[in-house]
Ligand binder design. Structure first.
Ligand code: 3H9
Length: 692
């Protein structure tokens, strides 16, 4: 065996040279890996081997370029040089794929003459998710194999295509037995030699592009069909343009030049910087300084859920989906039946629903009217009404029922988890697990650490979140935790702006244009204005009171802040406008014209300020955790990184100056946080802040 460099070895087995990469965790294409590939391929070509297999050690084939290198100087050989060496090799090169061949990893594999994979392998070009496009020939080679339509779908969605599907698409030439990749790849290489298979260069295969030349409308149609999904993002459009270039430019090399230009445009732009930041933020959020990775966890083999309403049902589905049995307890039979039947309908309605899968998942769920049936559960999550007295009653009861060591979790979105834990004899086993609605869909899970919550309970919750496909963020106990605490700042300002002269649709438009899926008033209309409103107590004291009293309770009644037509299309409402103007007149103010800039700053800066307070109180570990909450739970556009990242881009000093400017008019609602003051004074960012 020859050691090519610290991450690459070369060994010959009969006629086949096997080049192995081993650069944990994911064999990303760092300078060392590129060097190993460059030297390794050159040496293998010069050796007396007749074919070359490229394979990786560890959990995966090359998972892409090394994202940490982006934005800095690239050292060592370029990826393009490595690819040219592979593609021009006079001996067949076979890429052997396990785990995930992603981004630059798949682009390297596409420069091999053949590809083999194990059934569990996946391939894809997910660069779009970090605001980029495949910049190493992916946009030019992929359509030459899978055709333009499929290529457009793959590069703009970043989907990971399973091996069997990749085989059907021609991306992979053979699927070999699981666990026998090395043997399978060597056998394929020997077969290629025996059959004198040609040295296939994907770049020379133009048939699929010729087909697309006859259908130029394919690009416009694709853009139109996905306009909503791509709104605000730059990367999808550049990905489309790069694939388009494969069809419209005269040669592969011209296409590559266009790809490069479009890639660099994204790489130097603010969106990709934000999305790359966010990629690492999400992974960082899993790291809890005083709960190391090797903290023991408690086995969770059975889960109990209290409450079969929208929230409880959604929570239960998460566990049923991964084969963990759930007992759902309700107070009344009809509520239980309704809850279970809603879950069934959700499964039946989900995309690609398979009746056998639905039955399998439903078989994981057991309904009960007796809390005592939760006695054998390892984790019990309550999703009952959001009132402290009710939560306390439930936890006092669970304390008597649950087996020793069971984790008792509250799905509260706002209440004090320590106070809830105080009614039990085991506060160390109590934690908050704040799911977001719909709980079977939304990715975010706020994990609320109580004062006495045991470390293994935290470690178990974080691990379990990953198992059910959630992105967990740890938060401390405070009203509304991270997400809702910051949201309440935005809501308050939005209401105040209305009383100063901005109309709900002005505020919604500004936030929508910023990149949120909808603004606060459209959101209220969707959720229902009458949540928490009681007719008997309503005295027309707020705009909402009046709207509800007029039966304008949101989309469900055909009117709320907005008027709705039969297709639920929202229109600014003269009725609402009059109500608002009456309120303003009654308050003795003069409405004023408020600029879009002020609307945005008044809505967003207090959120950032509140984030700073959350940090300084130690309720979030780091500023990027706050960003993960907002991107996953509240629709903050990922291409703006998250509120704290956004604040860092604006500059802490500028955010502070605005807070002070508005404080003159707004009073204590705009009181800057001490941390914001300090960071601004020191010329620092939120991302510079470290707890302790
Ligand atoms: C690209 O290829 C551009 C080219 O077209 C053009 C070039 C010219 N770089 O996610 P995990 C780290 S762009 C650096 O927890 P999993 C990650 O931070 C790239 N580091 O594991 C983490 O570190 P730590 C296109 C990376 O099993 C550790 O590896 N490729 C990279 O849940 C484990 O990661 C992609 O976008 C990277 N590329 O999932 C794929 N990838 O332990 C990005 C991972 O210190 N990666 N790390 O926190 C992924 O999607 C997932 O990591 C993967 C594994 C599915 C591979």
């Amino acid at each position: 065996m020859t050691e090519i460099n610290s991450v690459t070895t070369l060994v010959q087995e009969g006629d086949v040279a096997v080049l192995t990469l081993n650069s944990p965790p994911v064999n990303a294409l760092s300078a060392k890996v590129r060097e190993g590939l460059d030297l390794g391929f050159k040496q293998a070509i010069e050796s007396d081997a007749e074919a070359i297999v490229l394979i990786c050690d560890g959990r995966t084939f090359i998972a892409g370029a090394d994202i940490t290198e982006f934005g800095g100087q690239m050292a060592g050989p370029s990826l393009q040089d490595v690819q040219a060496t592979m593609e021009n090799s006079p001996k067949p090169v076979i890429a052997a794929i396990h785990g995930t061949a992603l981004g630059g990893g798949l682009e390297v594999a596409l420069c091999a003459h053949y590809r083999v994979a194990v059934p569990s392998a996946k391939v894809g070009l997910p660069e779009v998710n970090i605001g980029l496009l495949p910049g190493a020939g992916g946009t030019q080679r992929l359509p030459r194999i899978v055709g333009v339509q499929k290529a457009l779908e793959m590069v703009t969605s970043g989907q990971h295509v399973p091996a069997q599907q990749a085989l059907a698409m021609g991306l992979v030439d053979e699927v070999v037995e699981e666990g026998k990749l090395r043997e399978g790849a060597i056998a394929f290489a020997n077969k290629a030699l025996a059959e004198n298979k040609p040295l296939v260069k994907v770049r020379e295969n133009n048939a699929k592009l010729e087909e697309a030349k006859g259908k130029p409308e394919i690009f416009a149609e694709f853009r139109k069909a996905n306009a909503r999904k791509f709104r605000g993002f730059q990367a999808p459009e550049n990905n489309i343009k790069a694939v388009e270039a494969a069809v419209t430019t005269g040669s592969f090399d011209e296409g590559i030049a266009e790809e490069r230009k479009l890639f660099m445009e994204l790489m130097m732009g603010p969106q990709s910087a934000a999305q790359r930041y966010y990629f690492f933020a999400e992974r960082q959020a899993q790291k809890i300084p005083d709960v190391p990775d090797d903290t023991p966890t408690r086995p969770i083999k059975k889960v109990g859920v209290l409450g079969a309403g929208t929230m409880g049902g959604g929570i239960a589905m998460n566990f049923a989906n991964v084969g963990i049995p759930v007992t759902i307890v309700e107070l009344k039979q009809d509520a239980l039946d309704r809850g279970l039947s809603t879950i069934r309908k959700n499964y039946e309605r989900s995309r690609g629903a398979d009746p056998a899968q639905t039955e399998k998942r439903m078989s994981m769920l057991t309904g009960s009217l007796d809390r005592a049936d939760l006695a054998d559960c390892d984790l019990i999550i309550e999703a009952v009404f959001e009132r402290m007295d009710i939560k306390k009653e439930v936890f006092a009861a669970l304390d008597k029922i649950a087996k020793p060591g069971a984790i008792l979790a509250s799905n509260t979105s706002y209440l004090n988890v320590d106070e809830i834990a105080s009614v039990t004899s085991r506060p160390q086993d109590v934690i908050g697990l704040h799911f977001f609605s719909p709980a079977n869909v939304m990715k975010l899970l706020e994990v609320i650490r109580g004062e006495k919550t045991a470390k293994d309970v935290i470690a178990t919750s974080m691990k379990l979140a990953k198992q059910i496909g959630k992105i967990a963020v740890l938060a401390g106990v405070c009203p509304g935790f991270i997400g809702n605490r910051m949201l309440s700042q935005r809501q308050r300002e939005a209401q105040k702006l209305v009383m100063e002269g901005a109309m709900p649709w002005d505020i919604d438009r500004v936030l929508y244009d910023f990149g949120f899926p909808m603004g606060p008033f459209a959101m209220s209309d969707l959720a229902g204005l009458d949540i928490g409103w009681v007719k008997e107590n309503s005295k027309g004291e707020s705009i909402r009171d009046v709207l509800c009293e007029m039966d304008r309770r949101g989309q469900k009644t055909g009117a709320g802040y907005y008027d709705y037509d039969e297709n639920r299309t929202a229109k600014p409402s003269p009725v609402t406008e009059k109500i608002i103007n009456d309120f303003i007149a009654k308050s003795g103010r003069n409405p004023r014209k408020i600029s879009d800039e002020e609307i945005l700053e008044r809505c967003v800066y207090p959120m950032i300020n509140e984030g700073a307070k959350i940090l300084e109180e130690g309720k979030a570990i780091r500023s990027s955790d706050i960003d993960v909450v907002w991107v996953n739970g509240y629709g903050w556009p990922v291409y703006r990184g998250g509120p704290m990242y956004y604040g860092d881009q604006i500059g802490t000093a500028k955010v502070l100056a605005k807070m002070k400017e508005f404080q003159g008019a707004m009073g204590d609602d705009f009181k800057p946080s001490a941390l914001l003051e300090k960071l601004a004074a020191d010329g620092k960012k939120f991302s510079d802040f470290k707890q302790g």
